[in-house]
Design a protein around this ligand. Structure first.
Ligand SMILES: [Zn+2]
Length: 827
């Protein structure tokens, strides 16, 4: 927008403000008394109404609006809760009745007690908490930045709550405290706003930007909610699970353009076994309330019981289940960013997902199909505002039952269970101090209680692992979980960590420490049904940390609760130190010359590339991002010793975005010239490190003596969509330095190789025994004993081929060492 036009709008805004505003009384000022400030509607500040076609408010405008709302309304308090990855302020607007806003500290304290009944002195205090408490509801907008409408909607919703005087709104304000996050990823709001403005009026208007909309994680910024790698996740997790303990979390998303108009819970199968049934019912109840209200308001196209499941842990709306809270997801059909789209009946007829055969058929979970036409950002906003209102009014009307259910779930979590483990142990002296520190830090960060033994303890404990129930059929992945504890009480050394299950977050601990057994979900043709996200994520397995289950302890432990979270910089310093002490220097070769590393980065917004950068940045390993043009230009040997190709299909690397799909500068990949230059780089002595799908490029283009044995298999034969698998490691190989003979690796529709000649050096194979460690695996015979990590010499250099993802979502600390080895083994 031109400066002239902005000024004009500002002038109009002043004029209009004088005419239309909701004045607030002087007595309502909660801070120092000042002059009456009118409460401005978003359109008078922005110059457009949020949700208007072809408009977009960026993060500066959104935060500015919320600051004004904070100043003008005694119902709104805006707080900065942290800084984003790219150093923007992350804000929350706390919205409630004036008297509640004046007493937030009191309500926070009450929430803490409701979340942990051990802090409640007795029935009398409990009853008082239930009587006086408020339902806390977090609403998070646009964590996925291209799902942009919610961030715009947040201003409208906040304005309505700040100004409305109807009985419904007054009940909401009286009975609830709303934590409004206008965006869980402010950096992405600006990436999308800048891109949208830049492409407006061009053929590319409404397309997604050709870069990750979170600096490291892109879309995976909503896959980090138990790992807490990202600054945004850490800050919001602190707000939710250490400060406010919300009863309800509403995460506002958008889905693809051509299916249902709006998905609301109940979710699809399978549910996670560690979600309390009553919680699943409450999730369903709120979803149906939204659906019923929207139907009543004549919104067609509302879908329940489809697509999205509750199996996977790690999303904004899934983490609450493991904190005894209700997590609601809605997914509105997308427009083209802030431009309208046209959806035809043909497109709707072809749209098919789990729980929906096509978007025109009337079914019980989709009783009122939308018949197609123009779909506008405003349509999305109306659905989201409607859903928010349904949730808020339910919470206000049934305040007591939400509080009671929340409290009772925590009570139940504290009860001793008759069978099964009583705790998990992280024994001292296992030689993975940094991974252990990170894991403990991650647990404490989400509010899990962790104790450190001050004296030794005697306990019966042992590993938990999966065992096949039917050895006759290798095709079927029927597994059960085994605990193999010691016969006798064994001494556990002082300094070990212990995580007791009898704490409010029992279900979170179980969901993170147990191996997952994803149910076999096959259709009538025997094809695997794709899960919503990954199927296994067991934290200690991914992190290479030994964390056995404790069956019994002999004496009350002398232990201290860990409260201090290690500072990130400390961890980094320690890591650098640990690597040096281990004789490992990922940033220098044996002569002390620093290794020059390039990480390939195309214009296809590859999340694996982002996570690779995250891991390198976290460990202070210098690198340069290598763009298509750099690789096409050649001369790589002069500037790099190691080039890393994050997981990406060969064709995507060489061809990139198709001609005409984006402005010219974002078109194409490294091309055949780049492939030739990469080969020359290796021949001249360079190291090419390939993750998972990227192995395809050198295997096929350099004619390496390897073959991906999984390449052409159908899901009736083999399927493994996100699981932890066992590896057998040849520890004599330099690439296996500091690794044990067995390791766990992350496999997500990944690769497995067979060597076609003897020149291939095999560093690790997929395990022949106990291959599935956590998740889902069909057809394990296809994988057993196959090559998982190999090295091949080409000319003076070499190619390192990871069949799995050694840095998956920066969660797999157990296999980072392979990467360091690959970097430091430069000759
Ligand atoms: Zn989303």
């Amino acid at each position: 927008m031109s400066r002239h036009r902005s000024a004009l709008i500002a002038w109009f805004a002043v004029l209009l403000l004088a005419l239309c505003f909701n004045a607030k009384s002087v007595s309502a000022q909660r801070r120092s008394p000042g002059p009456v400030t009118p409460i401005p509607a978003p359109r008078y500040i922005l110059g457009f109404s949020p949700g208007d076609e072809h408009t977009i408010a960026d993060w500066g405008q959104i935060t500015d609006y919320f600051q004004r709302l904070d100043k003008a309304s005694d119902r709104v308090l805006v707080q900065t809760i942290g800084e984003t990855t790219l150093k923007r302020s992350l804000i929350v607007a706390v919205i409630s009745a004036r008297e509640n806003i004046m007493a937030l500290a009191k309500y926070k304290d009450m929430q803490r007690r409701l979340a942990d009944p051990r802090m409640v002195t007795g029935d009398e205090e409990r009853d008082r908490l239930l009587q006086d408490g408020k339902v806390v509801i977090a609403i998070s907008c646009s964590i996925h930045s291209t799902e942009i409408v919610a961030s715009q909607m947040s201003m409208e919703l906040a304005y309505e709550l700040a100004t409305a005087t109807d009985a419904d709104t007054r009940a909401i304000l009286r009975n609830t405290i709303i934590l409004m996050l206008p965006s869980a990823n402010p950096d992405g709001v600006d990436i999308v706003a800048n891109w949208y403005r830049r492409t407006q009026g061009t053929p590319f208007e409404g397309k997604e930007p050709p870069e990750l909309y979170h600096h490291y994680a892109g879309h995976d910024d909503n896959r980090d909610w138990f790992m807490l790698n990202l600054k945004e996740t850490k800050a919001i997790t602190r707000l939710l699970w250490q400060e406010w303990f919300p009863e309800i979390v509403y995460d506002v998303h958008q889905q693809g353009p051509n299916g249902s108009r709006f998905f609301v819970p109940p979710f699809f199968d399978p549910p996670n076994p560690h979600i309390a049934p009553v919680l699943l019912r409450q999730v369903g109840l709120l979803g149906h309330k939204i659906a019923a209200d929207l139907e009543a308001a004549n919104h067609p196209g509302i879908l329940t019981n489809a697509v999205y499941d509750t199996w996977w842990h790690g999303g904004f709306r899934t983490a609450p289940y493991f904190h005894n809270s209700i997590g609601i997801l809605t997914e509105a059909a997308s427009a083209r960013l802030m431009s309208a789209s046209l959806v035809t009946r043909e497109q709707l007829a072809k749209s098919s997902t789990r729980g929906l055969r096509n978007a025109l058929e009337v079914t019980t979970n989709f009783p009122n199909p939308w018949s197609g036409g123009v779909w506008r950002p405003r349509d999305i906003m109306n659905l989201e505002l409607g859903a928010a209102h349904s949730i808020l009014s339910m919470a206000a009307n049934y305040r007591l039952s939400y509080l009671r259910n929340f409290y009772e779930l925590s009570v139940r979590a504290l009860e001793q269970q008759p069978n099964g483990p009583i705790a998990y142990l992280v024994p001292a002296g296992q030689g993975r101090d940094e991974a252990v520190a990170k894991m403990i830090d991650t647990l404490i960060g989400q509010g899990v209680e962790v104790f450190r033994l001050e004296r030794e303890l005697h306990a019966r404990y042992g590993p938990q692992f999966l065992q096949r129930t039917n050895s006759a059929s290798e095709k079927l992945g029927d597994y059960r979980m085994i605990v193999a504890p010691t016969d006798k009480m064994i001494e556990v050394p002082a300094g070990s960590y212990i995580v007791f299950l009898a704490q409010p977050q029992r279900n979170n601990i179980l969901a993170l420490f147990e191996p997952q057994i994803y149910p076999n979900r096959l259709n009538a043709l025997g094809q695997a049904e794709r899960p919503y996200d990954v199927t296994g994520w067991t934290l200690p397995f991914q992190m290479g940390v030994d964390a056995p289950a404790v069956i019994a302890i002999q004496e009350p432990p002398a232990a201290r609760r860990m409260t201090l979270i290690r500072q990130e910089n400390d961890v980094r310093k320690d890591l650098a130190l640990a690597l040096r002490q281990g004789g490992l220097s990922p940033v220098a070769d044996p002569l002390g010359r620093s290794v020059r590393i390039g990480i390939y980065k195309g214009w296809t917004a590859n999340m694996d590339e982002g996570w690779t950068r995250y891991v390198f940045d976290t460990f202070n390993i210098p690198y340069k991002s290598l763009m298509d043009a750099d690789i096409k230009q050649g001369g790589l040997t002069d500037n790099y010793d190691v080039i890393v190709l994050p997981s990406q299909r060969a064709r995507e690397i060489t061809e990139g975005n198709a001609p005409g799909s984006y402005p010219a500068e974002f078109i194409g990949g490294i091309s055949s010239a780049g492939t030739k230059n990469l080969k020359q780089f290796v021949t001249e002595g360079g190291t090419l490190v390939c993750f998972d799908a990227a192995c395809e490029l050198p295997i096929k283009q350099f004619n390496l003596p390897l073959r991906n044995v999984l390449e052409d298999l159908k899901s009736t034969e083999f399927y493994c969509p996100g699981s932890v698998l066992g590896l057998e490691v040849d520890t004599r190989q330099p690439l296996a330095r500091a690794m044990a003979g067995s390791a766990d690796a992350y496999f997500i529709n990944s690769s497995a190789f067979e060597a076609t000649d003897a020149s291939v050096r095999v560093i690790a194979r997929y395990a022949k025994e106990r291959l599935l460690r956590s998740g889902w695996l069909l057809g394990e015979d296809k994988l057993k004993g196959r090559i998982a990590l190999a090295e091949v010499s080409v000319g003076k250099g070499r190619v390192v081929l990871f069949g799995f993802r050694p840095q998956h979502r920066a969660q797999t600390w157990g296999t980072f060492q392979f990467i360091w080895n690959a970097l430091s083994e430069v000759r």
